[in-house]
Design a protein around this ligand. Structure first.
Ligand SMILES: Nc1ncnc2c1ncn2[C@@H]1O[C@H](COP(=O)(O)OP(=O)(O)O)[C@@H](O)[C@H]1O
Ligand SMILES: [Mg+2]
Length: 285
């Protein structure tokens, strides 16, 4: 605004044009407008191609320079050492890497179960660092379905009760009807009242998937979901995850040691010692 005198000397039309230009410039560069005022902000992506042209705020998951240490005193370990990653809505990511490279920790961090010490974790447009514990729990309930290697079912609850649990915890309606429908969807309509100990490993994992997806979360994460299953059972679980992803347009992040599972993903991200070592299409495996 230091050029008022000079602007007054300009023809009126030119002055108006500059004013419009300046205010547009303000809108485009202010963080508030980028957070979703409806203004489209053109973004140059370093690897601009059809697959990665979405603006940052359109990403399902965005991590920027994420660091995380866990454990206390001498046992404290710097696990994530500056992870940056962007996942588009509907994309399937295979997260691979040696044991101890930080895959599970990264998954828990983007699922809001661990908090980054440093860096930004933005999931479904929400910066997770800004949420308190209650808000984070609500956010997870609405947005993220989690499937673990060892199923993590409640042993004293039936399949139906296990799947209804997340709906009941978030105060949703028709928990048992929806749980039954979700179990039908994974092919377990005939096992509603069985306890986990009465189910095979593959069936328990189906219950876990029914539980993770009963609320139709936009993001599904799975930590070695086939790791405790034989090959045939594991591949039927893989089919199920990809069917759900396709039918519900969910974003999928899968930790796996299984090359055939990684090959089904749109992208494979390799971790090594808490850093992204490579990030490419599965054909380059
Ligand atoms: N709660 C914890 N406290 C201390 N160290 C941990 C903790 N959780 C994981 N680690 C360590 O962090 C590293 C990465 O663990 P993890 O994310 O489970 O690796 P991955 O899933 O790739 O095998 C390992 O060396 C592990 O021992
Ligand atoms: Mg792990």
């Amino acid at each position: 605004m230091g050029m008022i005198g000079a602007e007054r000397m300009e023809p009126t039309v030119e002055a108006d044009r500059r004013t419009v230009h300046d205010s547009l410039q303000d809108k485009l560069t202010s963080p508030a407008s980028q957070a979703g005022s409806g203004q489209t902000v053109p973004q140059e992506h370093p690897k601009a191609n059809a697959a990665v042209t979405a603006a940052p705020t359109d990403m399902a998951i965005r991590l920027a320079d994420v660091h995380l240490s866990l454990g206390h005193a001498a046992a404290r370990v710097h696990i994530l050492k500056g992870i940056s990653l962007a996942v588009r809505p509907g994309e399937a990511i295979g997260l691979v890497g040696p044991s101890g490279s930080g895959k599970s920790t990264l998954l828990m961090t983007l699922a809001g179960l661990e908090r980054a010490d440093r860096g930004a974790v933005i999931v479904a447009g929400q910066e997770l660092g800004g949420l308190d514990e209650d808000a984070l729990a609500r956010f997870r309930g609405r947005n993220i379905g989690i499937v673990f290697q060892s199923f993590h079912l409640v042993p004293t609850m039936t399949a139906l009760e296990n799947v209804a649990l997340p709906i009941e915890l978030t105060g949703g309606r028709d928990a048992f009807e929806r749980a039954a429908a979700s179990l039908e969807r994974v092919g377990l309509g005939h096992r509603l009242h069985h306890y986990p100990s009465q189910l095979s490993g593959g069936e328990q994992q189906r219950v876990a998937i029914a539980r993770a997806t009963v609320g139709h979360p936009p993001i599904l994460v799975a930590d070695e979901p086939t790791g405790n299953l034989d090959e045939a059972t594991g591949s039927s679980i893989v089919e199920l995850l990809f069917d759900l992803k396709r039918d519900r347009h969910a974003t999928l992040v899968l930790v796996t040691h299984d090359p055939s599972l990684a090959a089904r993903c749109d992208r494979v991200v390799h971790l090594r010692s808490g850093l992204v070592e490579a990030d490419h299409a599965p054909a380059n495996l």
